[in-house]
Design a protein around this ligand. Structure first.
Ligand code: ADP
Length: 489
């Protein structure tokens, strides 16, 4: 009630285990930098397998009591945590912009989005129902109990440093699980700030633990989580390559896993589409977070009849609306990419396209501000043999493909091992049904380019992942069904 804390107060340079701010056993630390200007924000412990093992033991011990709390108790704590998060929205948003680079408006949006998962799971905690099944044997009664799965370990990415923590951890905590999180090395402070507020909300020590580590130690931390017999659940969001490593490492202990992996979203504009709506949607879907989300439009397929007009309108809108700069500047909506490696990757994807005949309508170069900025880029005459037709770009590059028929568009859209989000624009109701059913994607936006929300299931098919986050389904990832047969009645 004494007013907002400053963002500096929320910057914790320690890991959070058993309700305490701790260092690595080795004393090692690493630096966290602002991707906009490379300024050092601070340090955090560089934890390894031993530190991770210790955190898992705490979570396992805490689970023995936390699992016996009532849903109402867990719900109340989550509710208080939600309210504290809203109270400190501004400071949490500043942390995101500082460590990850996205513009303040987006960071504030993310804190609101992240908070919605805390609120949602404070509500869902109370709606975990078992079943009574009628038996064909009159002397028996069949019951299904729903119980928390146990210790859940989570490895999260840097592009949503706040919301990826709450979307996973709150589902687990609501179900009665305890949690150990390794946040992305680039963005530990958002995770640690959430721990402070969770503790203030009354979450008991040991329920939520955060182990920080540099990229060097990340494989050791991950392996310890995957191989520990005390851990019963792994939840990961990140690249498909890393997800496959974690799946392999989880095999020997037969862990339940949730994997939110890479996407390669098609964004199809049919000739009946409202072009202004489709262009506006492209800006949201492609350029949010400078193209660094796994549901960003990756391959934009436009019907040949409207191709030139769409291209012209998109170029005009990009020029008018996209402003690159430091995320703390007020009118900026395109921050830096996360690091120099990301900039190099985006440049090499653009260079490959150009070498194979793509036309640069706009951008195609690094920003002139230095650092990790990349200019919003529009590529025309793109074909499926180019890298941008196959790989997840993860940057502000819009490659435009031309197609003639619905069959051709759907075939191109589905010709990938990914299956996270897909989008299309059409006013033809039969086509809307057909294409929504034919797209091999876990999430489909129809005349909408940004579709994630707390109430709806988030998850991919094919190599984009396993399991669901958010929505009423998300809590099932942290619950085991137990069948109880009562005989002799
Ligand atoms: P990105 O390329 O976006 O960094 P990653 O999948 O590499 O995607 O990273 C997502 C998360 O996975 C981060 O927290 C990172 O530290 C972690 N990570 C990366 N490699 C491994 C690994 N071999 N084992 C466990 N975690 C890893």
């Amino acid at each position: 009630a004494s007013g907002a804390k400053s963002a500096k107060e929320f910057l914790h340079e320690k890991a959070f285990v058993n309700g305490e701010w701790i260092s690595a056993k080795s004393g090692a630390t690493y630096e966290v930098t602002n991707p906009s200007n490379q300024a050092v924000l601070g340090v955090v412990p560089d934890m390894n397998d031993q530190d991770t093992k210790a955190a898992i033991e705490i979570a396992y011990k805490t689970f023995q009591t936390w699992k016996n709390t009532t849903a109402k108790e867990r719900s109340n704590i989550l509710r208080r945590w939600f309210e504290l998060t809203l109270k400190h929205k501004e400071e949490l948003a500043k942390l995101i912009t500082a460590e990850m680079g996205k513009p303040m408006a987006d960071s504030t949006g993310e804190v609101g989005f992240g908070a919605q998962f805390i609120e949602w799971y404070s509500e869902e905690a109370r709606r975990i129902y078992g079943d009574v099944i009628s038996s064909s044997n009159p002397k028996r009664r069949l019951l299904v109990l729903k119980q928390p799965i146990g210790v859940a370990c989570m490895i999260t990415p840097w592009n949503f440093p706040n919301a990826m923590i709450t979307r996973k951890a709150c589902a687990a905590i609501a179900a009665g699980c305890t949690v150990v999180i390794k946040p992305a090395e680039d963005t530990p402070y958002s995770a640690l700030a959430l721990c402070e507020l969770a503790a203030e909300a009354g979450l008991p020590p040991g329920v939520l633990n955060v182990v920080t580590s540099s990229r060097n130690n990340a494989p050791k931390v991950g392996q310890t989580m995957c191989e520990s017999p005390l851990v019963t659940k792994i939840s990961f969001t990140g690249s498909t390559a890393t997800g496959k490593i974690l799946l392999r490492q989880s095999a020997d202990t037969v862990k339940k896993t949730s994997m939110e992996l890479g996407g390669n979203a098609p964004y199809i504009v049919f000739d009946s589409a409202d072009l202004d709506v489709a262009v506006k949607g492209t800006i949201g879907s492609k350029f949010r977070c400078s193209g660094q989300t796994c549901v960003c439009a990756n391959r934009i397929l436009v019907h040949e009849k409207i191709y030139d007009e769409y291209l012209k309108k998109l170029a005009e809108t990009m020029k008018a609306e996209l402003k690159v700069g430091d995320g703390f500047e007020s009118d900026v909506n395109q921050g830096p990419l996360i690091n120099s490696k990301a900039v190099e990757k985006v440049q090499s994807i653009v260079d490959d396209a150009v070498a194979k005949g793509a036309r640069v309508v706009m951008g195609g170069t690094k920003g002139d501000k230095g650092g990790n900025f990349y200019n919003p880029t529009l590529l025309a005459d793109v074909t499926t043999n180019m890298r941008c037709g196959k790989e997840e770009i993860f940057g502000p590059v819009a490659p435009i493909f031309k197609f003639k028929t619905e069959d051709e568009a759907v075939a191109i859209a589905n010709a990938t091992t990914s299956g996270l989000a897909g989008y299309f624009y059409s006013k033809d109701i039969s086509q809307i049904w057909r294409v929504a059913e034919r797209l091999e994607y876990g999430m489909v936006g129809v005349n909408e380019g940004v579709i994630s929300c707390v109430e709806a299931p988030f998850g991919g098919v094919k190599e984009s992942g396993l399991g669901i986050e958010g929505s009423k389904y998300g809590i099932n990832e942290y619950i085991e069904l137990k069948y109880v047969c009562m005989g002799g009645i």
